[in-house]
Design a protein around this ligand. Structure first.
Ligand code: ATR
Length: 278
């Protein structure tokens, strides 16, 4: 999605994927900086490690404890740090790395744009309390959901996340367990549904899908998981996690370029890349 967007913005940049062993991450970031890269994206486990490796942390990275986007910066003529995109390459002296997190905002942006879901005051049943689940639950809480029900295979993890939410966001009713009533959203953050032959992460004996207004699955490949298939059949509004992937990329591109990203072009490129030509 990035290369077509860079071409559309008229930028002579390239987005490349590199395999880096976690033990070499410090050197990899320093090397990219020395080569005056514009920036980087990082994925698991690097995005957790990078929190301690970048020179400066944006509030987003501090809040969510992960860096998925790095922007390299240098000082301008007035001594202020600027993204490399804004500087003449010949004027670049001292450099630094600046870490951001664009994942958390992408969750609520995708829920809003793909499902019309507004977090404030809403009730949510979240399946899964791993790394991605914890971030999603905290982000929903910080956006003011009214009630959050957390269900996880390992119940103690759901209880831990619920307790963390109650202490950081006391106005949110967060609890481990199934809701007794209808919810505005069911959100799957488990990995169940990724592999062929996987079942649904939702036990309909505990919570029938007709009690959910909308269902979001963070999985985007396959495009329709058993959960989304069942949810559609039950009449729920549904969306998969492609929007999350798209919007974290959109925000990262805007951080690097300082310009609005061509969102629809990026979406089309992503759809082609993930699901093949239409
Ligand atoms: P991620 O960073 O993608 O969130 P993770 O932290 O390993 O990865 O979390 C994976 C999530 O999927 C967890 O909620 C996990 O449940 P456990 O905490 O009990 O491990 C859930 N998960 C994985 N496989 C599952 C399965 N077969 N059935 C139900 N839940 C599953």
């Amino acid at each position: 999605m990035h290369n077509p967007a860079l071409a559309a913005l008229g930028l002579d940049w390239r987005y490349l994927a590199c395999d880096v062993h976690p033990d070499r991450l410090r050197e990899a970031i320093a090397g990219a900086q020395a080569m005056k890269f514009i920036g980087l994206n990082l994925t698991v486990p690097h995005k957790l490690l990078a929190v301690d490796l970048v020179d400066e942390l944006d509030a987003s990275a501090r809040t969510w404890g992960a860096v998925n986007t790095v922007r390299f910066e240098a000082k301008d003529a007035f001594g202020a740090w600027q993204p490399l995109a804004k500087l003449n390459p010949d004027d670049i002296g001292e450099l630094r790395s600046h870490g951001f997190n664009t994942d958390a905002d992408a969750i609520t942006r995708s829920l809003r744009e793909d499902l019309g879901f507004e977090p404030r005051g809403a009730s949510v049943l979240q399946l899964g309390a791993g790394g991605a689940g914890r971030t999603a639950a905290l982000k929903l809480a910080s956006d003011g959901v009214g009630a959050l029900y957390l269900v996880n295979r390992t119940q103690s993890k759901a209880e831990e996340v619920a307790a963390e939410i109650r202490s950081r966001f006391p106005s949110v009713r967060a609890q481990a367990g199934w809701p007794e009533r209808e919810v505005d959203l069911v959100l799957n953050s488990t990995s169940l549904g990724l592999k062929p032959g996987d079942g649904s992460p939702l036990d309909e004996a505990k919570f029938p899908l007709r009690r959910a207004r909308a269902v979001y699955d963070m999985i985007y490949r396959p495009a329709e998981t058993p959960l989304l298939r069942d949810a559609k059949a039950a009449g729920c509004k549904v969306a998969n996690g492609l929007g999350m992937l798209l919007y974290q990329g959109v925000k990262a591109l805007e951080i690097w370029t300082g310009q609005p990203a061509p969102v629809e072009l990026m979406r089309a490129a992503l759809l082609r890349n993930v699901y093949g030509p239409a």
